[in-house]
Structures are given as structure tokens and as C-alpha cells.
Design a protein around this ligand. Structure first.
Ligand code: GLU
Length: 375
């Protein structure tokens, strides 16, 4: 039975991303078929109720490092990549076996940061995943560890799960963890309304096997909340956790989302701009421009630009900063080198300074998303 009204949206959640960490799937560093089977059964049950579920599963490295002759999980990138290449297919075999009983098909979808950075790749990945869900298949998503080197790595599957939730316009993100939820002292916090104050409860510790910890889970919850998707951190080893959670029982910690469809919910393109893609540089603006963007919903024009950071091209995603805070993200109409030539000058002077005009706006308001700090 639902115990509090905050959990009502959970009851109605139709499309759900379930993220399972290595600490749940491979306690002690070894993939547990029992843990996989148990979760597969729970997911199958929810699917029979008409829910669509995509999994984000860690455990590739944990399932493969022993085959490399290692006794403990590797630290170096090369060994992790090699272990993931071995472990990913073992992980998929385990999920396929887990879902075989309920006759559910699984599909492997490996993503990298670049799939979120480039609009066309982002849309392709979305189409694939949506098609799988519409056909009743359970997508099992992981980062493509064996090709994701440091700079292009998303890094942890908490973040990946939040980006996937946003990509799929999910109704709910569930992060199954080895922790019972967010703790304040020894008590699980049932509902979090203010993420900033929730962060005060978090110590910078990590679980033994996975990459994430409570901090990356809060970061992921923040990403999901920004696009209006509620997120839950729940104990992955609690019996029937998914069913209990989805029936409204107060398990784990719920991070409450904004209502979708509200005025401030950004449209899909802006959502991608703000969350998925990584900025290639920054444009620093003065107080007047910052106020115009934040309060009047204006475009960014040349007079308010103080300086540029990074060597970005036209069409790149950049951050707009005022003093130390990032106030917006956007798609720039001009490259860093071009902006450097006309920054601080009137829009009407761009033609004279560059020899051509691409647009009066450096970042058009339609290509701009105010970030939370500045909103
Ligand atoms: N992608 C990694 C794996 O499957 C896990 C990353 C994480 O633990 O967040 O091993």
C-alpha cells in the first residue's frame, strides 16, 4: 500500500530504467547468477503488468578479470578494458539465462559518451532502445568499456542510467544499490526534496566492487530530476524490492521530480543540450548579459562577452559563465577564434570585424538552456 503521496507517481510509472551495480550483481567480486536470476524474475513480473523496463547493468569488469589471470579487480585502464571485453559477454549470457525462464528476450546495447554528445547518434540510440522496448525486449545497457578510454568515458553507470532515463523519457529511474538508500545517521531518508541538503549526509566512501558510490548516485538523481524524472535509490538485495517499490511501499530513498509538462520542462533538444552533451569550451559574460539571459530569456549577443575559453568550432556546445558560475549551456553560432575577434563589441560591428555575419546572436535563445544554478 502506498505510504505517502510523494510515491504516487511511482505507481503510475510505465517506462522505467533499472540500474544494477556491480556490488549487487557481483558481491565479493564474482558475478552471482542467483542475483541475476532474482532480478530477472522481478523485472519479468513488472513487464507482465505492462511496464517497459530497460536495464543498465554493471558487472562486465567484475565478470571478466579472473579470465585474465588476475585475482583482484584491475586498476589500469588497459586491463579494465580487456576484462570488460571478456566479461561483457559473460554478463549478457547471465542475463539471457536469467530471463529465459520468463521467455523474455534481452538485447545488448553498449553506449559511450559520444552517443550522448552527437545529436544523430543520440537519436539513433534512442530509436534502437525504443524499438526494443516496444517489442517487449529487455535492453541491457552498459558503457562500452572496451573502447571507452579515459577522456570519453562516462565513468560510472549511475550517470549512464540517468542519461539513459532522459534519452528514453522514462517515468522513473531506479538505482539498485548495496546501500539501503540515502542514510541520515542510521535512518534511510524516505523522500528527498532538496538535493543540496541531501548531499550533506554523504560521506565520500565507495562500495568495494563498483565505480560509483552515494555521490555518483546523487549526481545521477540530479540529472534525472532536472528533466522531471523521479529517481529512487533502493536496496538491490532486499527480497522483491522492485515490486514493493513499484507498489508504493516506502523502500529506499525517493528523489522527487518536477511535474512533467510544466512550463519549465525543457523540450527534447534543450534537454539533450543541457544534460547529455559535454561542453567543448566556455563563453564568459558580464553581469548585464547574465541578467538578460537569466531574467529576460534573451539570446547571447557580442557586447556582453568578456572572454572565451577553449578552442571550439561553430556549432559546438559551450557553457556560458558569469564569474565562477555556469549559468547556461548552448550551441554557439561562432567559433572561439571568431568570438575572440568581436567580443565586447556591438552586434552591428561583427561584419566589419570578421568580414561576414553568420548571425547577430552568438548563442540564440532557442539553442540555450539555463542551468539550475542560474535558473
Ligand atoms: N561499466 C562497468 C562494468 O560493467 C561498471 C561501471 C560502474 O560500476 O559504474 O564493469
Amino acid at each position: 500500500m502506498p505510504q505517502d503521496s510523494a510515491r504516487i507517481p511511482i505507481l503510475h510509472a510505465r517506462r522505467i530504467i533499472v540500474k544494477v551495480g556491480s556490488a549487487v550483481l557481483a558481491p565479493g567480486g564474482e558475478l552471482s547468477q542467483d542475483a541475476v536470476d532474482g532480478l530477472a524474475d522481478q523485472i519479468a513480473k513488472q513487464k507482465r503488468k505492462g511496464r517497459q523496463i530497460a536495464l543498465v547493468s554493471s558487472g562486465a569488469v567484475a565478470s571478466g578479470f579472473r579470465q585474465l589471470g588476475l585475482e583482484t579487480p584491475p586498476k589500469s585502464i588497459r586491463l579494465k578494458q580487456a576484462a570488460a571485453a571478456i566479461g561483457q559477454q559473460r554478463l549478457m549470457a547471465a542475463w539471457a539465462q536469467g530471463f529465459a525462464k520468463s521467455r523474455n528476450q534481452v538485447a545488448q546495447v553498449l553506449l559511450t559518451a559520444e552517443d550522448f554528445d552527437h545529436r544523430s547518434r543520440f537519436l539513433n540510440a534512442r530509436h534502437t532502445l525504443e524499438t526494443l522496448l516496444e517489442h517487449g525486449v529487455v535492453p541491457v545497457i552498459n558503457e562500452n568499456d572496451s573502447v571507452s578510454f579515459d577522456e570519453i568515458k562516462l565513468g560510472d553507470n549511475d550517470r549512464l542510467s540517468a542519461l539513459a532515463a532522459s534519452m528514453l523519457r522514462a517515468d522513473l529511474l531506479v538505482m539498485l544499490s548495496s546501500a539501503p538508500g540515502l542514510l541520515a545517521g542510521r535512518q534511510v531518508v524516505p523522500v528527498v526534496e532538496n538535493l543540496r541538503s541531501a548531499r550533506e549526509h554523504v560521506r565520500p566512501d565507495k562500495s568495494g566492487v563498483g565505480t560509483g558510490g552515494m555521490t555518483t548516485k546523487l549526481d545521477a538523481a540530479e540529472v534525472a530530476l532536472r528533466v522531471g524524472i523521479p529517481a529512487v535509490i533502493a536496496p538491490g538485495n532486499l527480497d522483491g524490492v522492485l515490486g514493493r517499490l513499484l507498489e508504493g511501499e516506502s523502500v529506499g530513498t525517493l528523489f522527487q521530480g518536477r511535474k512533467r509538462g510544466s512550463e519549465d520542462s525543457p523540450d527534447a533538444r534543450r534537454r539533450w543540450l543541457g544534460l547529455s552533451a559535454r561542453p567543448r569550451g566556455a563563453i564568459l559574460v558580464d553581469a548585464g548579459a547574465a541578467a538578460a539571459l537569466q531574467r529576460r530569456g534573451a539570446s547571447l549577443l557580442s557586447p556582453g562577452i568578456v572572454s572565451v575559453e577553449g578552442d571550439f568550432e561553430r556549432g559546438a556546445i559551450i557553457e556560458i559563465r558569469h564569474e565562477r558560475s555556469c549559468i547556461a549551456r548552448g550551441l554557439t553560432a561562432y567559433s572561439a577564434a571568431e568570438i575572440d575577434k568581436f567580443r565586447g563589441r556591438k552586434a552591428g560591428e561583427i561584419g566589419k570585424l570578421l568580414g561576414y555575419v553568420l548571425s547577430d546572436e552568438v548563442v540564440h535563445r532557442d539553442d540555450l538552456l539555463l542551468t539550475e544554478d542560474g535558473a
